[in-house]
Design a binder for this molecule. Structure first.
Ligand code: ADP
Length: 451
């Protein structure tokens, strides 16, 4: 095509030179034709004209002319537009789907109570959930190291060590205790480390196991204390019974004394077992309360009268004041009587001879409850023991010789008042001056969670 163009130009120039000299008019015409030809060829060469189509037009193939070409172009354009639109639509849908999935994954992550931290292979924090934000010592946005984020070198080192050589999808666990010096408390964490596929990220899930550890500690402590408390009366029963069986006691008075001890110790054993069963039933939520209207004034009168001989023996002045208008609450009469028996019994036990124990029952209109108070002029409670008094098997060391006990009475009282009756129980005391135990029970029972 280039050759043709050059030949055409060269030929045109020679012819033009000869003819111009001989025939000026004819040469002008020829020159115009040659220039037009050149222009046409140039346009065709650079594609400014559609040669194929021109060829077709010249060859008589194009039947519809310019109109036909237009409709073909517009059909092609329509197809291209439709295809483009569908591609764009599909891409938008795919992006929305991916965004929805990412959003719901983030929502799930945020709703977790356990802190979740994602770190990269440089040990930098790249993603955290809300629980982890609360735990973090610095803003996770600036990609801090796990050490900067958790502020605990030992933990960061343990995580680093545990994440070494871990396979994709594999999980490793480690336990770590963080103590808060300011609050004087420790938090025990179980940390699971999982390596994500393709493997340049690790997910750390921190699970707070402080409560689980405390529960298992309390359980084993309970078993130890319970076995110890059961063993004491059992050993004593066994020893006295053995002497009686072996005929080692000839003296009638001594025999009766031994039998009295066996009887007393077995009663203590039975009390201990009963208390333990009652407490565990209430704590497990399987204790059944027989709720009826209970007149606490009348119940207190019965308990005080039953206790009067014991108080009289020690010249303790035992008084009851229960003169309020309505002292009736909705509750389990036997259980409430047990609370009163424990509190009045303790007051008598831990008050020296010739002391005073006063029981009073009063309605409290403000809280719609009835308040029972047992005040004594006894030994009082050392301030350091006050907080632990309602714990299972807790006894004040220096009073243990003064009276027999199980250390379960007050814990049972608390369970009956708070769990079964949704009431409140408490104590205030001045060492050497006496104690004031009180409990309040709502007039109407409104809960469904208690037994
Ligand atoms: P216990 O069977 O030993 O009396 P409780 O649970 O009823 O068990 O009481 C726990 C401990 O609280 C008692 O051992 C005693 O040390 C102390 N305590 C209870 N009531 C009084 C009180 N009124 N005065 C002084 N100490 C008391």
């Amino acid at each position: 095509m280039l050759k043709l163009l050059l030949h055409a130009i060269l030929g045109g120039l020679i012819t033009a030179a000869i003819v111009t000299l001989a025939f000026p008019v004819l040469s002008a015409l020829l020159l115009g034709a040659i220039a037009g030809g050149c222009a046409f060829m140039t346009m065709a060469w650079f594609g400014w004209l559609d040669c194929r189509r021109i060829r077709r037009v010249l060859g008589g193939e194009c039947v519809t002319g310019i109109q036909g070409i237009d409709s073909e172009i517009s059909e092609t354009l329509k197809t291209i537009r439709a295809e483009t639109e569908s591609t764009v639509r599909n891409e938008v849908l795919a992006r929305r789907l991916a965004e929805d999935r990412a959003e719901s994954a983030l929502r799930v992550l945020s709703s977790l109570d356990d802190p979740v931290i994602v770190i990269d292979d440089f040990g930098e924090v790249v993603e955290v959930n809300e629980a982890a934000v609360l735990l973090g010592r610095c803003d996770a946005g600036g990609k801090p190291s796990i050490l900067q984020f958790l502020g605990d070198r030992e933990l960061a080192d343990n995580i680093d060590e545990a994440s070494q050589g871990i396979g994709c999808g594999e999980v490793r666990r480690l336990e770590h205790e963080v103590s808060d010096a300011a609050e004087g408390a420790a938090t025990a964490w179980e940390i699971s480390i999982r390596r994500l596929d393709p493997g340049d990220r690790w997910v750390l899930v921190l699970h707070d196991v402080t409560r689980d550890r405390e529960v298992s500690r309390l359980k084993s402590e309970f078993v130890t204390k319970a076995s110890h408390e059961l063993r004491t009366p059992l050993s004593s029963i066994h020893a006295y019974a053995e002497m009686l069986v072996d005929g080692e006691v000839d003296d009638g008075a001594q025999r009766s004394e031994f039998l009295r001890i066996v009887h007393e110790e077995s009663a203590r054993l039975a009390r201990l077992v009963d208390n333990m069963l009652d407490i565990s039933r209430i704590e497990a939520g399987v204790a059944t309360a027989d709720r009826t209207p209970v007149d606490l004034g009348r119940v207190a009168g019965r308990v005080v009268e039953a206790m009067r001989p014991r108080a009289k023996e020690r010249e303790i002045d035992l008084v009851l004041r229960a003169d309020g208008d309505d002292l009736t609450v909705e509750g389990d009469e036997d259980m409430l009587a047990e609370v009163l028996e424990n509190l009045v019994g303790n007051a008598v036990k831990y008050t020296p001879d010739q002391g005073r124990v006063a029981v009073s029952i009063d309605p409290d209109g403000l809280t719609a409850s009835v308040v029972t108070t047992v005040t004594d002029t006894g030994l009082g409670i050392p301030p350091g023991d006050l907080d632990r008094l309602f714990e299972k098997f807790y006894r004040i060391g220096q009073y243990e010789r003064m009276a027999q006990g199980t250390g379960l009475g007050l814990n049972l009282c608390r369970n009956i008042v708070e769990k079964v009756h949704q009431g409140r129980i408490g104590v205030d005391s001045t060492l050497g001056m006496g104690s004031r135990f009180w409990f309040s029970v709502p007039v109407r029972y409104s809960g469904s969670t208690a037994a």
